[in-house]
Design a protein around this ligand. Sequence first.
Ligand code: COA
Length: 254
Amino acid sequence: MSDILVHTEAGVTTLTIHRPDRKNSITSAMYGAMHEALAAAQADTTVRVVVFQGSETIFSAGNDIGDFLNTPPAGPDAPVFKFLHTLAAFPKPVVAAVCGPAVGIGTTMLFHCDLVYAGDNAAFSMPFVNLGLCPEAASSLLVPQMLGYHRAAEALLLGEPFMAEAALEVGLVNRVVPPSEVNALAQAQARKLAAKPLSSLMQTKRLMKMGQQAQVLAQMKEEGTVFGRMLTEPAAKEAFGAFMEKRKPDFSKV
Ligand code: COA
């Protein structure tokens, strides 16, 4: 079975991240599958809305760390960057249902979703610095904008997690409900959107985003260049090695 389940019904394409044994961490192949599903949803005139969901206990542990080591993204055509670019430029509404940990790209991708519903067990974190990396998905631009600089510094420099209520307070999340209700709520909201005229949805989204779209894409490009370089540097190697060996990383020499 694929680790990305794609299901289309009543004008809504739902992408379920389903890799429970690896905490829904995402491999290059999974980014490729999500990119293709988004491209298909964009082209299909009967699809009006896309929903991303995980399970009641985990949204995503972020990039698969073994994959970072074995097949690091090489250049802008790497599946992760193609996925992020397609998501950031996606013209139709995107809804996310988030329960449990949302690590790294599990959080940064949400800044490109239009509606985000969270379980009260949702924990958002962007521990790029702890992995010897830098932010991606234009999060170095969008997180300070949404959280304010000092809260963004806690999230991005310290890599500290924040819970659903804090995400609600800063506006990353629309509503917090019990985990068992999140996917159903996201589907209900998606169905409401799907009943509206597609051209109005798309124009409204385009107009809300147009002031910043070029800047977002430029930021993602610059982040991608730096991120790709940092993946090969000693700090990241130490962090990934430590994760695989289940020990604390030692950054004293890098
Ligand atoms: N890449 C690869 N494997 C991962 C993973 C990742 N990002 N996240 C978790 N796993 C694996 C673990 O190594 C573990 O494997 P094992 O059963 O062989 O020991 C398994 O998934 C279960 O993870 P575990 O850490 O035991 O689950 P948990 O419920 O205690 O914690 C998380 C869940 C998500 C908080 C924790 O796994 C975590 O912090 N993961 C790393 C997140 C990360 O740094 N991602 C990169 C962001 S750029």
